[in-house]
Design a protein around this ligand. Structure first.
Ligand code: NAP
Length: 266
């Protein structure tokens, strides 16, 4: 059992990928879980698979809409009476060099979902989190710590997310609310197939060498351990952890590694 047993956790992006695995493992850890995403059918399918009973609730929410984030918090309070942990996991990505990108609306969408979605939800949940002396979790990315080619807009949204949550952590110190930032490296999930390409459409097939990257199950397990410890930062890969320090000493070498990681796709 993790330290999350009996806690009320609000999780976005629970219908697919890392969020789906987080949901399963949180319920197995004894947390009370509100699962949110846009695709209600996928959420109810997961609900059926988990047999979570009274421990689990489902709510449709597009995090890029502030009103829907407020409704999600209200629904969680109605069902469970409090919120201990908010996990901002919902996210989208792109796969296109900037000079190949025709439709710049992807840049706006990335900021709306990845950054503003987390801002809206965290703002709505903040009074309850203060009462509970709870925790906000940001599922960011190693692309929030360094530049990544073909991901300009995604990296920008994740840098924004980390800047926001690092600042919020300082503001909330006196309230006893902790902020955990999680930076996964590549993970097997739906996000690579759904990545928006140069033509503005989802790629359809994953360009990643999926056998070489972390599974969503592993990523969820590491994330839950870090959340239970109320850890400040988790970077899931060794190259991600070392890269933070090397970047200070040899930034061009880190640029080279990021370029290579995208070319090799793992
Ligand atoms: N996979 C990786 O390699 C990787 C690496 C680093 C960080 N991350 C981060 O991990 C998080 C989860 O990604 P994933 O890889 O698990 O992707 P995924 O398999 O595509 O799942 C993304 C989830 O976000 C939800 N979502 C997307 N847009 C939404 C919106 N507007 N409102 C509400 N929910 C929305 C999706 O549900 P609906 O479509 O049903 O709404 C889905 O449940 C993201 O923040 C991502 O940036 C992933």
């Amino acid at each position: 059992m993790s330290g999350l047993q009996g806690k009320v956790v609000l999780l976005t992006g629970a219908s697919e990928g890392i969020g789906r695995e987080l949901a399963k493992q949180l319920v197995a850890s004894g947390a009370n879980l509100m699962m949110a995403a846009r695709n209600l059918e996928r959420l109810y399918q997961l609900y059926g698979e988990m047999d979570g009973g009274e421990q689990v609730r489902v709510c449709g929410c597009d995090v890029s809409d502030q009103q829907q984030c407020q409704n999600l918090v209200a629904m969680t309070l109605k069902e469970f009476g409090c919120i201990d942990v908010v996990i901002n996991n919902a996210g989208i990505t792109m796969w296109s060099r900037f000079d190949d990108t025709q439709d710049l609306s992807i840049f706006e969408n990335l900021m709306r979902v990845n950054y503003l979605g987390a801002v809206y939800l965290t703002h709505a949940a903040l009074p309850c989190l203060k009462t509970a002396k709870g925790q906000v979790v940001a599922i960011a990315s190693v692309a929030g710590l360094t530049g990544v080619p073909s991901r300009t807009g995604y990296a920008a949204s994740k840098h924004a997310m980390i800047g926001f949550f690092d600042s919020l952590r300082i503001e909330l110190k006196q309230d006893g609310v902790d902020v955990t930032v999680i930076c996964p490296d590549f993970v097997v999930s739906e996000i690579h197939k759904r990545a928006i390409g140069a033509d503005g459409q989802p790629l359809g097939d994953s360009p990643m060498q999926e056998a070489k990257i972390m599974t969503a199950e592993q990523c969820a397990r590491l994330s839950i351990e870090a959340i239970a410890k109320r850890q400040r930062l988790l970077v899931t890969s060794l190259r991600g952890r070392l890269g933070r320090w090397f970047k200070l000493l040899a930034p061009r070498f880190i640029d080279h590694l990021a370029d290579k990681a995208i070319r090799d796709r793992h």
